[in-house]
Write a protein that binds this ligand. Structure first.
Ligand code: NAD
Length: 252
């Protein structure tokens, strides 16, 4: 049967790219899905419903305390609870690679606000709801760059390293409530956002492809298996871990 039947998932940044693919993958495995995004959440939910998935959408900024509270309330109102939180919203595809000396301090702060504090705020909002269900799963989307570094995106690399550490820290605390916290670290993925950024495609696509054991472009669907593993019954004794999914890369 469907391994996630009866489960309710929230996917942040789920209107686009990797988040949409994860929402679809969770839905195909039986979960009801609330898509949360700055924009386009309801349209994405409508697409999921057309594919036979129980889905709803909400406009939410993960860096806003009140929005994250409203997001969790919406999951409980629409679907009766919350079991799975995918912290996928992040600033990446809109960034322009540049030397660290030229990075704008306001951009630094917004990257940390969304990519790091956003994960904290969503987990904090979700915990009481997961407690009411007797447990839950959190899947944080970090990045392969957390382990390899890469030039010209120091703020982003630092933020994704923080997501790996935050995953470990939250796992130690949320485990008390039977909430398992893990992370998926993607390599360079041709998401919707990346496709819209010519500088990223020009600068990163070819080197990432050359650096991969599996020599093809990586697409959002390549991340579905790892995320659904952490969300499902097979990961019942796994927490605090980060799984790198990058086709065997040494460059990113
Ligand atoms: P994308 O631009 O296609 O999708 C990102 C989505 O997040 C968008 O719909 C955007 O509106 C939403 N979002 C951004 N800020 C938000 C906020 N404050 N609150 C709510 N939603 C917000 O990008 P993507 O490539 O699919 O990236 C998804 C995640 O995967 C990000 O965390 C990114 O850092 C991570 N990631 C991407 C790659 C890659 O190569 N594409 C590699 C590693 C990790």
């Amino acid at each position: 049967g469907a391994p996630l039947a009866g489960r309710v998932a929230v996917v942040t940044g789920g209107a686009s790219g990797i988040g949409y693919a994860l929402a679809e993958g969770l839905g195909q495995r039986g979960a009801a899905v609330l898509v949360a995004d700055l924009r386009g959440a309801e349209a994405a939910a409508a697409r999921l419903r057309d594919a036979g998935i129980a889905a709803a959408g909400i406009d939410a900024d993960v860096a806003s305390e009140s929005d994250t509270a409203a997001m969790v309330a919406a999951a409980e109102r629409e679907f009766g609870g919350l079991d799975i939180l995918v912290n996928n919203a992040g600033i990446y595809a809109t960034l322009t690679p540049q030397p660290f000396e030229r990075l704008d301090i306001a951009e630094w702060r917004r990257v940390l606000d969304v990519n790091v504090i956003g994960v904290f705020l969503c987990c904090r909002a979700a915990l009481p709801a997961m407690r009411r269900r007797g447990g839950g799963r959190v899947i944080n989307i970090s990045s392969g760059v957390a382990f390899k570094g890469n030039p010209y995106m120091a703020h982003y690399v630092a933020s994704k390293g923080a997501v790996v550490s935050l995953t470990r820290a939250l796992a130690t605390e949320m485990g008390r409530d039977k909430v398992l916290v893990n992370s998926v670290a993607p390599g360079f993925t041709l998401s919707d956002g990346v496709h819209r950024n010519p500088a990223l495609v020009a600068g990163v696509k070819e080197p990432s492809l050359r650096g991969r054991v599996l020599a093809r472009d990586m697409v959002p669907a390549d991340l579905v298996g790892a995320a659904c593993f952490f969300a499902g019954p097979d990961a019942a004794f796994v927490t605090g871990q980060t799984l790198v999914v990058d086709g065997g890369a040494y460059y990113h």
